[in-house]
Design a protein around this ligand. Structure first.
Ligand SMILES: C[S@@+](CC[C@H](N)C(=O)[O-])C[C@H]1O[C@@H](n2cnc3c(N)ncnc32)[C@H](O)[C@@H]1O
Length: 266
């Protein structure tokens, strides 16, 4: 049996063990907290990006959109007086109450795509990280973000970047450019098997969609620039994060990294 057979067998076994889930609550039954074991570099890179984009601000009411079990609640708590953790997965929200016993936040179940059950113009801050890769067409979500933000309110939106540096090189080798449309990256990311969308987005398209939703781009950062097994093995984590923090602004213009953080304002 060659390695691709092994891969496909393990995928078949995986899919046998997983239930098909309808709707957007497909993170129920998913041990998403386990996904973060061994990913301290990625986690701390994202925390650094959020801290940079929100530095010096304190928001009255903030919402983590698709926040799962609240990985980012400790960080967002530093910048908000009141924080709502929202997610379509009731199980992730239940787990957050155990996982984050020492933090003050409320939870909100999302039952419909692109609908946040809060009043229009009621939020000062919204944060959406690692959700865009589940949204094939995020335009309605951006319109909803516009609806719920107060005038002048801000949002941090993370984009899974299809046009990161190494992908551009790969496409260039085929004498092509990275498509402007979302690129499917496989159903098996994060260990979930289903018809769940997993896509990467071209930031140019996302910027246009944000603009169409009247969300003004204030700042962008290139994030997880050093994501590489080899680098992780040779450079200590604290050194990596210190280099990463400096690169996030320097490489933003060329949209180098696999993840782009965008600060927008209504
Ligand atoms: C990869 S996790 C990211 C969780 C958290 N934001 C983080 O960065 O740790 C993706 C989350 O998006 C949620 N999600 C999936 N589809 C969604 C949708 N249409 N609207 C809002 N959240 C969604 C999932 O339930 C899941 O908790």
């Amino acid at each position: 049996m060659n390695s691709s057979d092994t891969k496909s067998t393990s995928r078949k076994n995986k899919s046998k063990n997983q239930t098909k889930i309808k709707g957007i609550n497909y993170y129920d039954h998913h041990k998403y907290d386990k996904f973060w074991v061994g990913r301290d570099y990625e986690h701390l890179s994202e925390v650094a990006a959020i801290k940079h984009l929100l530095a010096g601000s304190k928001f009255k009411k903030g919402l983590d959109y698709g926040g799962a079990y609240g990985r980012l609640v400790p960080t967002l708590s530093e910048f908000t007086e009141e924080l709502i953790l929202s997610d379509p997965s009731g199980e992730q929200l239940d787990f957050s109450r155990k996982y984050l016993k020492d933090f003050k936040f409320s939870t909100l179940l999302l039952t419909e795509d692109a609908h946040i059950p809060v009043k229009a113009e009621s939020l000062d801050l919204l944060v959406m990280v690692r959700v865009s890769h589940h949204l094939v067409d995020p335009t309605k979500n951006f319109e909803e973000i516009y609806r719920v933000l107060k005038p002048g309110g801000k949002a941090v939106i993370e984009i899974a970047n299809s046009a990161h540096f190494f992908n551009r090189v790969k496409w260039a080798a085929k004498l092509k450019t990275v498509p402007k449309t979302p690129i499917k990256v496989g159903q098996y990311s994060n260990g979930i098997v289903d018809d769940i969308p997993f896509v990467n987005h071209n930031p140019e398209t996302i910027f246009k969609e944000l603009n169409d939703a009247n969300l003004k781009v204030v700042e962008i950062l290139s994030v997880s620039n050093l994501r590489s097994r080899l680098i992780k093995q040779v450079i200590p984590l604290n050194k990596m994060i210190s280099i990463e923090s400096r690169l996030q602004t320097k490489l933003a213009g060329m949209k180098f990294g696999p993840s782009i953080f965008v600060l927008v304002q209504k």
